[in-house]
Design a protein. Structure first.
Length: 272
């Protein structure tokens, strides 16, 4: 039965004029998954042990995600997306590091920024693919690990341009006092910190963590603090999406990612 399921070929053309192709084992896994119920698919894709015979390659999850983007089952799409971003996070880990000259451990702001750059870029591609077809994703369907390695290198260059120095977020940051407008942005736009924000030591750590964010992330927080709408159908309205030159969903994803990074840096959310 699975052999009769047709999997559409990839469209992107290589430099030598040939099409990108999925490995035979990926094609077979996709056909097997397409013959399963959606609940069975989600359960299979949630397995992360690569040694298991029923492990689903990330190429397959991406293919399913692209197909789901053209359906009307939003709940299924969102669950697949979470599984896909979880695979990216596992491929781009953010380990705790011992800070120089200290016994304290902290998270590398650079590693966090690289991971989230990759997630944001792939999210943008998926949004465009849902509207039509983004053949850049074909490379990830053909060879996910190699494509992600290239994207990681691009992310590192981008992060390096944004900041000449990205330091770890630690339990004892030593930074200058942030300006009052940054404090306001924190108080209003970082969920999960409300109950602790009045504690002076906690507030100082949180403000210092914001100062260690990449410049473009701090700018986004400031725009949100100005109550500028993220998106508007009225082309005459100034929006955050138009100011920073990306789509509405990308703005929301970046905002949520910044909140996660800050909470993780302060130990309010586990690093996955």
């Amino acid at each position: 039965m699975n052999a009769k399921i047709v999997v559409a070929p990839l469209r992107k053309i290589k430099g030598d004029g040939t099409l990108y192709n999925r490995p035979a084992e990926v094609e077979a896994a996709i056909r097997r998954l397409l013959g399963m119920s959606r609940q069975e698919v989600l359960a299979a894709c949630a397995l992360n042990d690569r040694q298991r015979a029923d492990y689903v390659p990330s190429e397959c999850i991406l293919h399913l995600l692209r197909r789901a983007g053209r359906d009307n089952d939003q709940a299924y799409l969102e669950r697949l997306f979470r599984l896909f971003t979880s695979r990216i996070a596992r491929a781009l880990p953010v380990p705790e590091r011992l800070l120089p000259g200290s016994n304290a451990k902290g998270l590398s702001a650079a590693d966090l920024a690289v991971r989230e750059f990759a997630i944001d870029r792939l999210t943008e591609m998926l949004c465009l693919d849902r509207q039509g077809y983004d053949d850049r994703l074909d490379i990830y369907e053909a060879t996910f690990e190699a494509a992600l390695k290239t994207l990681r290198a691009t992310a590192r260059r981008s992060v390096g341009r944004q900041r000449s120095r990205l330091e770890p977020l630690s339990d004892d940051p030593e930074t200058a006092e942030p300006s009052s407008d940054v404090e306001d942005a924190l108080l209003r736009h970082v969920p999960g910190t409300e109950e602790k924000i009045e504690r002076r030591d906690y507030r100082r750590k949180l403000l210092a963590a914001i100062q260690l964010l990449p410049d473009e992330d701090r700018r986004l927080l400031m725009l949100l603090n100005e109550d500028i709408p993220i998106h508007s159908k009225d082309p005459t309205v100034t929006t955050v999406a138009r100011l920073i030159g990306c789509g509405e969903q990308t703005v929301r994803n970046r905002r949520d990612r910044i909140h996660r990074d800050l909470r993780r840096a302060l130990g309010l959310e586990p690093v996955r």
